[in-house]
Ligand binder design. Structure first.
Ligand code: ADP
Ligand code: MG
Ligand code: ZN
Length: 622
């Protein structure tokens, strides 16, 4: 998609090459036309003197150092004399009367000789110089590092081929709407400038990885049909200090020459991190680069029609100076796709692939909550590979389902062999999750239970929401926590002790509880947020801000977490104890079949009363 920078005004690259060819032809021509007359014979100067002495010579013609001789019998010969010897000196020993008997003509061609000499001495030099210039140009154009170190490596997108447009971007409706404005401006800047409107210089796309930020930026340039300079933030960061800044300068210079155009800095957090913070060395270079970007953006004149777009998935680490008005002041959030978007994205990527007729993309979209656009693209690709491996003609529903699991849970590992006892433990553990989940109305319906290992897990209980939801209620979190502990509790009840297989379940449960206490105000500690919003420590901001509460509060937080986890534990324990018979039945079936679908699982609950979810609407009526 990218091509090397080749600007419209480019002169024909090989003009120098032609010049060299012409010079070669001229040289060759001169050499060929040089009067090495074909009929005459070359003789030595001594032979010549001898012939003169013997009175064999009829006439002489001297032209510079060449002596053309015609003998009495009309044979033609020629000889060369040394430049400093004159004819008189050469023939000094010859008696006067013989000499005068010879017809002598001396042609002075000094001027011509001078030019010839000059030509012969200069042409090789010209050729050598030309060759070097030619080589240097070659080296430069082939992106040679040594020759263009400080140059920006921005790539100018090819406008003709592989044009990305908004059609290739499914969903992301809000982002597209905002970007259409930019496209409109780039198409006809004067429309806006006439109104005195100031168009944003900088637009920053913010969103999780794989949500299509890079894709959107490309689509903007495709729609507007303007040059698109694409560079990744990390390309500014090199081993040598100052290179980044010089690349920025170069990039903006190129952009201004090609205005209106888009400069797209992908992954800007690589250079745009908060200055004067962070761990480790090397941020001097980043700071210089960042400063240069800021300077360039400030230096735009009013009517520089260059729009700088940037993308990041870490807006929280960006330097505030970047986000200030007049710089990247337009912030466009690219959300994770919802169910409708996912369907659209699947359809975009299914284009041109032989998909079986009975494939229902709505259903696949429903089975892929939390998948980003990149995941969905990957999903379709995996399915295509799977179908191809089995020499099928079309991609079937099964291929797609299998790929969903592969992308969501990691590849199935059939090589892990469990002992009979281990298999029993894993089966009970998973059924424990599923059973608790089924009995608790706010847990998502069980989609699949399996004892086939996937990724890191020995067995998997997979539940899927009926629809995408953006809000999690307290009850839901509590019940999810109980479900996470379902496996642990089951092991305890059935086998009398636990295994280390429940470790990640415990981690999940603790995390839910911690978030409930410190983030959501769902405990007796009240509606207060404890700790920094961005709890994860990352390079680029100080450690010190994370904990903003006292030791006393810390102890209380731990206590509250323990209370919440305990409550979930009790809930799970109660469900498992009460349904022990059901647990045994389902576990036996799972050991036999290794995988139970959601449907197969729910057949065990015929005639058993399962608590119903209370809808929010019903609550508000009370
Ligand atoms: P980001 O830059 O946000 O990390 P990309 O733009 O590189 O993500 O997206 C990765 C891939 O995922 C794209 O090449 C595209 O194929 C696919 N993709 C992501 N979002 C969408 C979308 N909304 N519509 C179609 N394809 C998408
Ligand atoms: Mg990207
Ligand atoms: Zn588990």
């Amino acid at each position: 998609m990218d091509s090397k920078i080749k600007l419209p005004k480019n002169k024909p690259k090989s003009s120098l090459f032609y010049l060299i060819i012409v010079a070669l032809i001229i040289t060759a021509g001169i050499l060929i036309l040089n009067p090495d007359s074909n009929t005459s014979k070359k003789i030595s100067i001594n032979t010549f003197i001898e012939q003169v002495k013997n009175e064999e010579v009829k006439s002489i013609e001297v032209k510079n150092d060449r002596i053309d001789i015609t003998l009495v019998d009309n044979t033609k010969e020629y000889a060369f004399k040394e430049p400093e010897d004159t004819l008189r000196e050469i023939l000094a020993e010859i008696p006067e009367e013989i000499r005068t008997g010879i017809e002598t003509e001396i042609i002075y061609t000094e001027g011509e000789a001078f030019w010839m000499n000059l030509l012969f001495s200069i042409v090789p030099f010209l050729l050598i110089i030309g060759f070097f210039v030619f080589m240097m140009k070659q080296a430069q154009s082939s992106n040679n590092q040594a020759m263009s170190f400080g140059k920006s490596k921005a790539r100018l997108s090819d406008k003709q081929r592989n044009k990305t447009t908004f059609k290739d971007v499914a969903g992301a409706k809000e982002a597209k709407e905002e970007l259409i404005e930019i496209v409109d401006f780039l198409k006809d800047p004067t429309k806006y400038t006439k109104m005195g409107a100031k168009i944003p210089k900088g637009v920053i796309l913010v969103g999780a990885p794989g949500t299509g930020k890079t894709l959107l930026a490309r689509a903007v340039s495709g729609e507007a049909n303007v040059p698109f300079f694409n560079i990744s933030g990390s390309e500014f960061v090199e081993m040598f200090v100052g290179v980044g800044a010089s690349r920025v300068r170069d990039l903006f210079k190129k952009a201004k020459r090609n205005a209106p155009c888009i400069v797209f800095i992908d992954e800007i957090d690589a250079v745009g991190r908060q200055r004067g913070a962070g761990l480790g060395g090397g941020h001097d270079e980043r700071e210089q680069t960042l400063n240069q970007i800021l300077t360039e953006m400030d230096g735009f004149e009013k009517d520089t029609n260059v729009i700088v777009m940037a993308a990041t998935n870490r807006p929280d680490v960006l330097d505030p100076a970047l986000l200030r008005p007049g710089r990247f002041d337009r912030r466009i959030v690219v959300d994770m796709p919802d169910i409708k978007d996912r369907e659209g994205i699947l359809k975009v990527h299914a284009r041109g692939k032989p998909i079986a007729k009975n494939v229902d993309f709505t259903l696949i979209a429903r089975h892929t909550p939390g998948f980003s656009g990149a995941d969905l693209e990957n999903l379709i690709n995996e399915a295509a590979i799977l179908a191809a491996r089995q020499n099928k003609k079309t991609i079937s529903v099964n291929d797609l389902q299998e790929s969903i699991e592969k992308v969501a849970l990691g590849p199935a590992i059939k090589s892990i062999v469990l002992t009979k006892e281990e298999k029993q433990i894993v089966a009970y553990h998973e059924v424990g999750h599923a059973l608790v989940g089924h009995m608790l109305p706010y847990c998502d319906p069980v989609h699949k239970v399996t004892v086939i290992s996937r990724g890191h897990a020995l067995g998997v209980t997979w539940s899927l929401p009926e629809q995408d939801n953006k809000l999690d209620s307290r009850s839901k979190l509590e019940q999810q926590l109980a479900m996470a502990l379902g496996g642990y509790v089951t092991e305890e009840i059935v086998f009398g002790e636990m295994t280390n297989g429940a470790s990640s379940d415990l981690k999940k449960a603790t995390e839910i509880a911690r978030r409930m206490v410190t983030r959501f105000g769902m405990s007796d500690l009240g509606p207060i947020i404890y700790g920094d919003q961005n709890q994860e420590v990352f390079l680029g901001r100080d450690f010190g801000h994370v904990k903003n509460y006292s030791e006393e509060i810390a102890a209380k937080i731990d206590e509250e977490i323990k209370k919440i986890v305990n409550k979930g534990y009790e809930t799970a324990k109660e469900i498992i104890s009460k349904n022990r018979k059901l647990l045994d039945e389902i576990a036996a079936e799972l050991i036999k079949k290794e995988t139970l679908t959601g449907k197969e699982f729910s057949t065990f609950f015929k005639g058993i009363k399962v608590p119903k979810k209370i809808s929010f609407a019903a609550i508000s009526k009370k």
